[in-house]
Design a protein around this ligand. Structure first.
Ligand code: KG4
Ligand code: ZN
Length: 339
């Protein structure tokens, strides 16, 4: 029988300090997440300098919690995985330097993981990804429809021509005066609102690409004009109107992809897939086409070390390790990268 593989995964790219141990790329043995969300909420967004400082303060305690409570000892761990891109530079560096130190100290191989690979492989924590799978990647920096043909083997079918969907949720939240984090607050407000504002359809075409900047500009102008006229904006209705049209577009393009590629399986990845509304709409769509849908539970949609360890597993099995020149990259688009 093959020996079990235990990978320790570290995630510090934004405002969550998280370390996890994952067995065989699919079993979450233990995860600790320390979030800084409440601190950054006071400033209306993540303050990079504060975030990296807090990672430095927290990371040792997070590791201590994992090593005390996971039941896993250092000699059982096979590799140290860490997010190297994309994210806030100072934040990524804290995780990377910590990972390198652990790798040296305990003589374990190092594996650099792209954050989006993490979001994608979070699906393996629920059930093994079936190939081929249609993938919808919706995050703060990505909006793509991809065909996942195998491990780390993707064909991009369509992507955003401008803003990513998560970025758009965050910007609209700011425009209508909702607090950080924007995405979840839009969703919360939308639940209480009516779709009373008319919105433009983002891209009235049948390509698999997305565009969200026109919708964003439209809302900026709308809020500006109404304010100038002395009219109040209803944040609930505006959140609902925006969310409806943004998600309709996501569903419309996903439907086209399902039809065009006769998809049988679909995975969803990225922080935006934490949205209950998006989850429900995608479920309805997939039921309609008899497509098997996998979306990680919400706790694995937001940033965590579990997904990083899960994404490191296929790399570990191929012996694809990083050396100590591994460096942080604040902007690296995942799908450009061939392996
Ligand atoms: O995937 P992620 O960590 O971003 C990147 O790695 O780039 O996801 C963060 C994004 C943010 O833009 C956040 O507003 C969005 O996910 N998000 C949501 C929801 N929860 C998080 N967007 C819409 N509805 C939500 N419930
Ligand atoms: Zn993320």
């Amino acid at each position: 029988m093959e020996k079990d593989v235990y990978i320790l995964g570290i995630e510090t790219s934004c405002d969550e300090t998280s370390i996890s141990i994952v067995k065989n790329g699919c079993e979450d043995v233990y995860t600790c997440v320390s979030t800084q969300m409440d601190t950054h909420a006071n400033f209306g967004g993540v303050v990079p300098e504060i975030a990296s400082r807090m990672h430095t303060e927290n990371i040792t305690f997070v590791l201590e919690d994992v090593m005390e409570n996971s039941g896993v000892t250092w000699d059982m761990i096979d590799a140290i995985a860490v997010t190297y891109a994309p994210g806030l530079m100072g934040c990524l560096l804290v995780g990377i330097e910590f990972a390198k130190t652990l790798s040296l100290l305990y003589d374990k191989p190092l594996i650099g993981v792209h954050h989006i690979a993490g979001h994608i492989y979070a699906n393996n924590l629920v059930e093994p990804i079936t190939f081929p799978s249609l993938g919808l990647v919706i995050s703060g920096g990505h909006t793509e429809l991809v065909l996942m043909k195998g491990d780390y083997d993707f064909e991009v079918l369509g992507s955003t021509l401008d803003d990513a969907i998560g970025e758009c949720f965050d910007k609209i939240a700011r425009i209508i005066g909702l607090k950080y984090p924007g995405g979840p607050n839009i969703e919360k407000h939308a639940k209480e609102g009516k779709p009373s504002y008319e919105m433009p359809i983002p891209m009235n075409d049948d390509s698999l690409n997305f565009s969200y900047s026109g919708l964003k500009s439209y809302i900026i102008n709308l809020v500006h004009n109404e304010t100038q006229r002395g009219n109040e904006i209803n944040p609930y209705d505006l959140a609902r109107s925006f969310q409806d049209v943004a998600v309709d577009e996501l569903v419309r393009k996903t439907r086209l992809a399902i039809e065009r590629y006769s998809a049988k399986n679909m995975i969803v990845a990225g922080g935006v897939s934490a949205s209950e509304y998006i989850r429900e709409e995608l479920k309805k769509l997939c039921d309609e086409y008899d497509v098997h849908l996998s979306i990680p539970p919400r706790k694995y949609c937001t940033d965590n070390g579990t997904m990083i360890a899960a994404a490191a597993y296929p790399l570990f099995m191929r012996g694809q390790f990083s050396d100590y020149s591994l460096n942080a990259k604040s902007h690296e688009y995942f799908f450009d990268k061939k392996d």
